[in-house]
Design a protein around this ligand. Sequence first.
Ligand SMILES: O=c1ccn([C@@H]2O[C@H](COP(=O)(O)O)[C@@H](O)[C@H]2O)c(=O)[nH]1
Length: 253
Amino acid sequence: MEKLTQRVQYANSLLCVGLDPVGDDAQVAHRLAKVIDQTSEYAAAFKPNLAFFLSREDGVKLLRETVQRIPESIPVILDGKFGDIANTADHYARFAYDVVGADSVTVNPYMGDDAIVPFARPGKLVFVLAKTSNKPAHSLQDMALLSGGALSDAAASITRQLDEAHGGIGLVVGATNAEAVARTRSLTPQQWFLVPGVGAQGGDLEATMRAGLRPDGSGLLINTSRAIWQAADAGAAARELMEQINQFRPVAV
Ligand SMILES: O=c1ccn([C@@H]2O[C@H](COP(=O)(O)O)[C@@H](O)[C@H]2O)c(=O)[nH]1
């Protein structure tokens, strides 16, 4: 959390550069290095998606090399959407933090608190899926609970309680539904949101910023993956998005 706050201030950025490497093995390591080197200046964080590495024969090696390439001052969020019972979750946490060297992970809360808590280590930040960016998310996440509210509201409330108990718990909230961003912000006023869905998924950046930004001008990490990976000039694409994001932040005095 501290590392992220420092990085956001230093780089004056809320941009999270997603790393979803596609292409053949021979070229992908080179492209990853290039994207990291060209976008580092503008990145508040990097988010490698585990699936895009595990689908390659030497995927874990490539992932470790990717993380090592990222400057130490920039937080790495391993997007693995982990979510199993406690003793299994503990092994996923060891993989993410000790093997890969990530600072942060994404976790699916469906199985309950014990799927989340093993990832809550000092200095680490856990992003729990609350309201995801994919269109069919509503089929489960909008279900009304007998106790009131929707299932995604319950996920948000649980993360708030866990953050109060353990610290370092944020949420994943998609940029494709600004109303949901606002609602989740009202339930969790202080927590960090990892926000995918801008770029290839067509999320509305301005509406998302207005709905989710904390009064201190922070608390959102806007992720984009394909829009940077596929750009002819990844650095220019990252700078442009960072500047667009900053237009909606209060100017520091
Ligand atoms: O709700 C969610 C949670 C995670 N993701 C992941 O973020 C990136 C988005 O990539 P784009 O190319 O910018 O669409 C990808 O790794 C997803 O798995 C998400 O999209 N939505």
